[in-house]
Ligand binder design. Structure first.
Ligand code: AMP
Length: 189
């Protein structure tokens, strides 16, 4: 789905109202419109990331960029390092550059190039940002903060990410549910 048609992207853009209780440069948290517990908050990345399944795609995009633009082949770990260093959508990473070692595709010899955060942002499709480990970790840290501010840390709370329609995902923009304020049964339905 195009980002501009996505319900949660429209909430991020302020086009659809939501009861926003927390926001920072990476994410937004708002109350679920159909709460399943006294506390039911959704935490979403600002960037349009469809689901947890998007986690590996950015590295492929970075590898593709380096092949296409610089004729250089890099490994998984280098792609991951580039994503962690330059993939976070923020103005401070735009101008930052990084030296990359790989292999020249045509000649098969070691090659070193320099790329910038801007290159990486372009490879990832502008606003189609990465689902990197830092972002995922951030969403969970924000969940704890919200559980605290909602007063459910003592009684207990649950964090849920539904991935795929079969698991109940109905909005294809990654979101983390924070549920609390009542007894939560296990196993979940
Ligand atoms: P999931 O089923 O895991 O994809 O969760 C999607 C959640 O988004 C559901 O709990 C819905 O109630 C919630 N939701 C849908 N539209 C809105 C909206 N406009 N504002 C807040 N929450 C919404």
């Amino acid at each position: 789905m195009a980002a501009n048609e996505c319900l949660f992207c429209r909430i991020v853009a302020g086009e659809i109202p939501a009861d926003i209780i927390y926001e920072d440069e990476r994410c937004l948290a708002f109350r679920d419109v159909s709460p399943q517990a006294p506390v039911h908050v959704l935490i979403i990345p600002r960037a349009h990331i469809e689901s947890l399944m998007s986690a590996r795609q950015p590295d492929e995009a970075i590898k593709e960029l380096l092949k296409r633009k610089h004729n250089i082949l890099i490994g998984e770990r280098t792609a991951e390092a580039i994503r962690n260093e330059l993939g976070t959508p923020s103005s401070s990473t735009e101008e930052r550059s990084m030296e990359i070692r790989g292999r020249d595709i045509t000649q098969g010899v070691p090659k070193t190039i320099s790329i910038t955060g801007k290159d990486v942002r372009e490879a990832l499709g502008g606003s189609m940002a990465t689902l990197d480990e830092a972002t995922l970790g951030h969403l969970l840290t924000v969940a704890t903060r919200i559980a605290q501010s909602e007063g459910v840390t003592e009684s207990g709370f649950r964090t849920v990410i539904n991935t795929g329609a079969g698991a109940g995902q109905s909005v294809f923009h990654l979101h983390l549910h924070v549920l609390g304020g009542r007894a939560l049964n296990w196993p979940p339905g």
